[in-house]
Design a protein around this ligand. Sequence first.
Ligand SMILES: *Cc1c(COP(=O)(O)O)cnc(C)c1O
Length: 404
Amino acid sequence: MASSPTDLIHHPYQPPAGFEAPQPGVFKASTVIFPNVAAMRARDWKQKAGYTYGLHGTPTTFTLEERIATLEGGRQCLLVPSGLAAIANVNTALLKAGDELLIPHNAYGPGKALAEGELAQWGITHQLYDPMDPADLQARLTPRTRLVWLEAPGSVTMEFPPLADLARVCRERGVLTALDNTWGAGLAFNGFDLGRGAHVASGSGADIVVQALTKYPSGGGDVLMGSVVTRDEALHLRLKLSHMRMGWGVGANDAEAVLRALPSVALRYRAQDEAARSLATWLGQQPQIAAVLHPALAGSPGHEHWRALCTADGQGGDAGLAAGLFSVVFDGRYRPQQIDAFCDALKLFRLGYSWGGPVSLVVPYDVPAMRPRWPHPGVLVRFSVGLEAVQDLQADLAAALGTL
Ligand SMILES: *Cc1c(COP(=O)(O)O)cnc(C)c1O
């Protein structure tokens, strides 16, 4: 070796400044280097004016935070290692022993499991409420209620709740609301302003909007990440302190993958929406199907709430926007084993959890085990539509239905 390893580590070469390219660079760091001790002492990790340690942010994560805050219509953003970690960040930051939180009964399952597990262990109680009935939510609020989760539509069963009414009930009682906006992706509606329909007051949204960036913003089925967005600096700081103490940082390569996919999120969302509506409509016409659960289709539970929030004039004046996700309920004459065989017979729709990626996915669910009241005798199957040609997906569905 012609030189010492020190020369390779402390090398004098600096590349010319001013490099610019369509995508931001990837900055990877645990350690951040300070020019002198005074700078080291002066820098405050809570301020984004400088860098202190990789866990508290790099140019790459700061850039993604700003873009996700913009996507959601908020001001501040925290990135966490998964969508579930975003839910956990909100709960751990805002709740203490003796507090109660309210969760919709059709919420994302692992969020309920967190309440039943760690939160219960820590002396934090929870109740499930009926998101389709603001009076039920109102009746469950007590002086101990500190946080109410909102989610639209319901996980798997796809009921679209009257979000603005639920948020108003909480605001009138001074209770914070957090919206899981993974389905809407910051595109179908603005979680901070649920007053888009003509008949609801403006400025009527959630206090905190979280999203599983894992789904549409990542778009690849290859990244896990979550975001916690706010409009209020003091609330953001409460969340950020908990975020730091829990050590919920994200890696720069994952942040870069989301930054790369973000410019196309609106195009992908719209394309997957169109394909899903076409397939859901077609499935609704097949004799094997008893019900189609898709908030943008008339007759689906809460369709009128979706229309009020997600179409341009709140009256269904345009096609509106919805995620490429829907469920069907099979006719009650089919046994669960036959529906398993239907799912196995699909070739393009692959068996797997999550959604928002290029590959269409399918999962059969045992809903009576998941919900307090469920009216359908048949088995529910959820579809996530990817980016394949819609006629190929329809042919796949037709062939699998033919095996029943
Ligand atoms: C997927 C999902 C989550 C969790 O996201 P992960 O990144 O998989 O942890 C949370 N909420 C909703 C509504 C989801 O669909």
